[in-house]
Design a binder for this molecule. Structure first.
Ligand code: PAF
Length: 277
């Protein structure tokens, strides 16, 4: 496994791979590698090509400084995990390398905006599209792999690829869930023991109502998730909504829809979505 930190080096590697008619599979991450990321690598293995995992904690996509400071930084452990996988190259540049003139995130993708996370995390998706575009331009992959956990991000990246007419296949990978039914997230390593217990309770509330909702759509069931979470002591719920998974418009049916939820357990943000059909 090759660890690459410099843009000049990755540019050379990518150019050699292309010269040798090798395809590239890119898995962009912010590190704290867990089973969710590994499932993206497993998916990549189903295709031909060289697998590149990028690890870059992108400051431009954190709309709160505290969130950036507290984001788990586990580089050495990440390398140990990735060493045991089918990953050939890790691209792990510094902030200076990626943003030599400072990060100036621009709002280039307008579709799928002003809803869900975009309302509660202003500027976040501009930071995401800025770094993903830089990575795609540098690495020129044939395929890029994204998890469905951050579903709005996935749709926005799909649009970014479309808008720029990039010849890249976006491979959407299902969420990897814990036994409690919630998708894995890097942020959850920051849970204290007590917060972990609270999280388990929240998971039970969400899952119980989700199973009811899955049987038959009812707006009251959606509302009861919020109500029960609030009752349990969750004071900040960013959203709890059912939306169409194609266009992200609000939905009143289960067909082609997902339940989207985001809330805070103390200062740690939980986001997830659940297929309703
Ligand atoms: O989903 C993530 O980990 C990040 O948003 C991404 C896509 C790696 C961009 O920094």
């Amino acid at each position: 496994m090759q660890i690459v930190k410099k843009i000049s080096e990755i540019t050379q590697i990518v150019s050699d791979l292309h010269k040798n008619k090798k395809r590239i599979n890119l898995i962009p991450t912010m590190g704290n590698i867990h089973a969710g990321h590994l499932s993206l690598l497993t998916e990549a293995k189903k295709f031909d090509g060289t697998n590149i995992v990028s690890i870059f904690i992108n400051p431009a996509q954190f709309n709160e400084e505290n969130d950036f400071t507290n984001y788990p930084k586990t580089f050495d452990a990440d390398l140990d995990i990735l060493e045991k996988t089918n990953c050939e190259i890790i691209f792990t540049p510094s902030v200076k390398e990626m943003y030599p003139r400072g990060a100036n995130p621009e709002k280039t993708v307008l579709k799928y905006r002003d809803i869900l996370c975009d309302l509660s995390r202003p500027g976040h998706f501009d930071g995401v599209t800025t770094i993903v575009k830089i990575l795609l331009d540098l690495i020129k992959p044939s395929r890029v792999f994204f998890g469905e956990k951050d579903y709005q991000q996935l749709k926005i990246i799909e649009q970014l690829i479309l808008q720029n007419s990039l010849n890249i296949d976006l491979i959407k990978c299902p969420s990897v869930r814990d036994l409690n039914g919630m998708s894995l997230s890097s942020r959850y390593v920051n849970f204290s023991q007590n917060q972990q217990l609270q999280f388990e309770e929240c998971a039970k509330i969400i899952n119980t109502q989700f199973q009811i909702l899955k049987k038959i759509f009812n707006q009251e069931t959606v509302k009861s998730i919020e109500y029960e979470l609030k009752n349990f002591g969750i004071s900040k719920i960013d959203y709890c909504e059912v939306r169409n998974e194609e266009n992200l418009s609000l939905s009143k049916i289960n067909e082609r829809s997902r339940l989207f939820i985001a809330f805070y357990l103390s200062e740690i943000r939980v986001i997830d979505n659940f297929i309703l059909y």
